[in-house]
Design a protein around this ligand. Structure first.
Ligand code: PDD
Length: 283
């Protein structure tokens, strides 16, 4: 079956879906994106993704290309046309096409692109064995809170991880873990869930917000603070969260086993709790 993509008002087969070479997303990475999970053909944590999209667009002074009702309709239509039961919807908004010049063009119309990716999420086999992580220097810019499509640092980080046989990179600044290449990072020590507080140093994960809320509701101890690589290496457990992985246990960091090299009980429980929440609240 040919995948159907959405580009600026049109649904078309992926191979026919095209954007101008003068699009500022292509020329300057002048745009933002979102990735929302699909479970049972429905959108998980959708409200959070749309809220963050508005924030990112606002920070870059890009006008939303369509209203919220239409955006939800496009998501649903794409999920339907591609018969996605489980997977991801990728969305990108750029400032649009204009003659190449650095300041914002006066008359550019924002571009809107969406496509789907079928993916096993809830039953992803890797969740049973857990991720191996490689630490790399965090060489990104100072506005990591914006979900910008400028992802070259993460591409290099995740390639370095893959070259070392790892599933994810943990980016490190001043000896402290900022976040994963495409995920938020956590450790567990003596039953406490420890993760970096939200700031311009990391992306405010939608999965992170849900997981921390669900944990607090269950009287699990959450400590939002910076943690070092050394602390992570001595942790009882570790995990990452993202729309594309949900809660994913981490069993190895830089070749050193964490918690005996098996997914830990807290990470496993949080994964179950999150998947139940995502399924039951999906729209
Ligand atoms: N990335 N931190 C970074 C740098 C990310 O790229 C992501 C998600 C997250 C987790 O955010 P959320 O829980 O809202 O997915 C944290 C997406 C999945 C991606 O780039 O594919």
């Amino acid at each position: 079956m040919t995948r159907i993509a959405y580009v600026n008002g049109e649904y078309s087969p992926l191979e026919d879906a095209k954007i101008s070479i003068l699009d500022r997303g292509f020329l300057f990475a002048d745009g933002v994106y979102e990735v929302a999970a699909v479970l049972d053909g429905k959108l998980a944590d959708y409200a959070g993704h749309v809220a963050r999209l508005h924030r990112s667009l606002g920070e870059l002074q890009i006008a939303p290309p369509v209203g919220d009702d239409e955006l939800l309709e496009i998501h649903r239509e794409l999920v339907k046309r591609n018969a996605v039961d489980e997977g991801l919807v990728y969305l990108q908004v750029t400032r649009g096409a204009g003659e190449r010049d650095f300041p914002f063009p006066k008359d550019a119309k924002p571009s809107l692109v969406l496509f789907t990716q079928a993916k096993n999420l809830a039953e992803a086999p890797i969740a049973a064995t857990g991720y191996k992580v490689k630490t790399v220097p965090d060489i990104r810019w100072a506005r990591r809170d914006i979900k910008s499509v400028a992802l070259l640092a993460q591409v290099l980080a995740k390639q370095a991880a893959a070259d070392s046989g790892c599933n994810e990179a943990w980016m490190v600044e001043d000896g402290k873990v900022t976040e994963g290449g495409s995920s938020n990072a956590y450790i567990i020590k003596d039953g406490r869930i420890i993760t970096r507080p939200v700031s311009n140093k990391i992306l405010s994960g939608i999965t992170r917000a849900s997981v921390l809320k669900l944990a607090a509701e269950r009287d699990m101890e959450v400590e939002e603070r910076v943690f070092s690589v050394d602390e992570a290496l001595a942790a009882d457990e570790a995990f990452v969260t993202a729309a594309s992985t949900f809660v994913m246990p981490v069993v190895e960091i830089d070749g050193k086993m964490i918690g005996g090299g098996q997914p830990g009980p807290v990470a496993r429980r949080l994964r179950e709790i999150y998947i139940d929440h995502a399924r039951s609240s999906a729209i």
